[in-house]
Design a protein. Structure first.
Length: 261
């Protein structure tokens, strides 16, 4: 991928203040406050049902905020790239790989405008960066899960966003694909983009992600990964998740009542 595409971008911080998200009145996360620093590489980890995907979805504007706020500094909220846990693309739809990658340039396209030669060149470079040389004319129905994820990463590269959100980007992928796509993530970090990823592999987090948000519907720890993933914090996560009430009508601060629901 050409260095000219991304190296001049200076991303802004994402500031979260007293954020509460809920589904049908039942809290998914509550009273979350903190900051994703500019150019940081942060993993969001925690048990199933901890609200990790909900938080990412709210940052991406896919989930309505019940209480609190999310602030994007000087960048516009829409100037981010978001890879959800499950793609909304119909794999049976007869669309070719190159066309999916070109969808990453949607901000540059106007109604009825044509894809330019420069866009096609950048799409080809993006495909090369994720190991998909020669796949341009293939239909997505012909791809494996790993190949499809490479396509979606190439589409992210085309978006050229300063903020990148990834929800379980390596889930159920083969080792080679994980290694290749992890290098793309690390390259984004070297380019000083702000990258936030929901992950389950603690070994990967400790080895490659300098910052960690340990979440269990509330912030357990947020900061340097070695400190956030300290044994006492992981023990607190386990203890907290054991007492979740899935039918709690709302959440209140522990300081208000002595109980957090």
């Amino acid at each position: 991928m050409s260095d000219d595409i991304s190296t001049r971008i200076a991303p802004e911080a994402i500031e979260i203040s007293n954020l509460t998200l809920a589904y049908q009145g039942h809290p998914a996360i509550h009273h979350v406050s903190g900051c994703f620093l500019p150019g940081s590489l942060t993993a969001i980890v925690g048990p199933n049902g901890a609200g990790k995907s909900s938080l990412l979805g709210a940052i991406a504007g896919q989930l309505q905020v019940v209480q609190g706020s999310i602030h994007f500094g000087q960048e516009k909220k829409g100037f981010l790239a978001y890879l959800p846990q499950q793609s909304s693309i119909d794999r049976e739809f007869p669309v070719r790989v190159l066309d999916v990658v070109l969808l990453g340039a949607w901000r540059e396209l106007r109604s009825f405008s044509r894809v330019t030669a420069d866009m096609r060149l950048r799409a080809t470079e993006a495909m090369s960066a994720v190991g998909l040389v020669g796949f341009e004319r293939r239909f997505i129905s012909e791809l494996s899960a790993g190949q499809m994820q490479r396509v979606l990463f190439a589409r992210l590269l085309m978006q050229n966003a300063p903020i990148i959100l990834l929800d379980e980007p390596f889930n159920a992928l083969d080792t080679r694909t994980v290694d290749d796509l992890l290098q793309v993530v690390l390259n984004w970090h070297r380019q000083a983009r702000t990258v936030v990823a929901v992950l389950h592999d603690m070994n990967m987090v400790r080895a490659y992600f300098p910052q960690t948000l340990l979440l269990a519907r509330e912030v357990i720890a947020w900061g340097n990964s070695a400190e956030a993933l300290a044994p006492e914090n992981l023990a607190r996560v386990r203890q907290t998740s054991e007492y979740w009430d899935e039918h709690a009508p709302w959440c209140v601060r522990a300081s208000d009542t002595g109980v957090t629901r």
